[in-house]
Design a protein around this ligand. Structure first.
Ligand code: FES
Length: 107
């Protein structure tokens, strides 16, 4: 079961064991992790599920699609090289542990 550690800007951590088939966004919203708003419910229309993956860990999710890339230009917090939309980060059984940094702003 993938273990996802959500790190807030102040360093506070929330660690969740999430089932394969979920997403980094869905797990966070269901558990009430602050800072992941996900206004559109995962339909790739809002960019309020923006997160930063830990260096190198974003690769397990595959490349950013054109649609995700376009929305990543609309995030409230600065876009970095590790920026992803967490609704597009699907968890599989191959994912053991991930660290996700929550940005300081989503809207
Ligand atoms: Fe809206 Fe991810 S939840 S783009």
């Amino acid at each position: 079961m993938p273990k996802v550690t959500y790190v807030q800007p102040d360093g506070t951590e929330t660690v969740l064991d999430l089932p394969a088939g979920s997403t980094v966004m869905r797990g966070a919203v269901a558990a009430g992790v602050p800072g992941i708003v996900a206004e559109c419910g995962g339909n790739l229309m809002c960019a309020t599920c923006h997160v930063y993956t830990a260096d190198g860990e974003g690769d397990v999710f595959g490349a950013v699609t054109d649609e995700e890339d376009e929305l990543l230009d609309c995030t409230a917090a600065p876009r970095l090289g590790t920026s992803r939309l967490s609704c597009q980060l699907g968890l599989t059984a191959e994912v053991n542990a991930l660290t996700i940094h929550v940005p300081g702003a989503q809207t």
